[in-house]
Design a protein around this ligand. Structure first.
Ligand code: AP5
Length: 215
């Protein structure tokens, strides 16, 4: 199964992608996580990307497309994958078609997560992440068992540098201008399914699985 998770920042793509990938035994490709790993490792690509990420802007297409093409070619993606946060521009979507076509693969579904804008701001400003293993929490909706510590590895949780209120507003504006056009792009291709992202993580998961072919 090859699926894209599309939606504004904070709609819950990452939370659901992690669980769905485990359940379906396929890979999860999060371009945000790949870029943050590059930042943490102080790779030239990561340091270039950080300038854009801290401002809530998109990293240039050529950087992200190269990362995804490489990842899709890896053995872990042979059985299928969930693309979480890619594509985010029309050129990225066109490149994804080329990447899949050259492997004679098709996209099975694009899941479009929908939640109100106010909920996005609450989810993002309350999010805490593990810098060590990338596990994601929320101060109110998904608190860790031990305050400030990751359940999985015990590391100290941190707020992402782009989860401040001002940067969240910039990210939402960037989403409307550059990513939202993909909703029509994929609706026209007849692969898009809208998913109501409100409610508990479990409720959203149940609705998500009902939209995925073969689950
Ligand atoms: P990225 O890391 O992809 O961020 P994003 O798309 O902005 O998405 P988020 O990770 O913020 O949100 P999410 O939808 O995954 O929500 P989550 O599940 O965590 O990208 C970061 C940056 O990298 C970009 O700004 C850009 O600079 C760059 N970048 C990445 N990809 C790129 C690309 N393709 N091209 C160019 N640049 C790119 O949930 C959010 C919070 O809500 C969590 O705290 C979670 O616990 C909580 N939550 C989840 N579900 C629920 C629920 N049902 N109820 C209550 N709380 C919930």
């Amino acid at each position: 199964m090859r699926v894209v998770f599309l939606g504004a920042p904070g709609v819950g793509k990452g939370t659901q992608a992690e669980q769905a990938a485990t359940r379906l035994a396929i890979a999860r490709i999060s371009t945000g996580d790949l870029l943050r790993a590059g930042v943490a490792a102080k790779l030239p690509l990561g340091l270039e990307a950080k300038r854009y990420m801290d401002r809530g802007e998109l990293v240039p297409d050529n950087v992200v497309i190269g990362l995804v093409d490489n990842k899709i070619g890896s053995p872990e993606c042979r059985k299928g994958f969930i693309l979480d946060g890619f594509p985010r521009t029309v050129p990225q979507a066109d490149s994804l078609s080329d990447i899949l076509r050259k492997r004679r693969w098709a996209l099975d579904r694009v899941i479009h997560f929908v939640i109100p804008r106010e909920a996005v701001v609450t989810r993002l400003t309350g999010r805490r992440s593990c810098p060590h293993c990338a596990a994601v929490y929320h101060l109110d909706y998904r608190p860790p068992k031990r305050e400030g510590r990751c359940d999985a590895c015990g590391a100290a949780l941190a707020q992402r540098s782009d989860d401040t209120k001002d940067t969240v507003e910039s990210r939402l504006a960037v989403y409307e201008a550059q990513t939202a056009p993909l909703i029509d792009y994929y609706r026209k291709a007849d692969v898009l399914a809208d998913l109501d992202g409100m409610g508990s993580v479990e409720d959203v998961r149940a609705r998500l699985f009902a939209l995925l072919p073969g689950v």
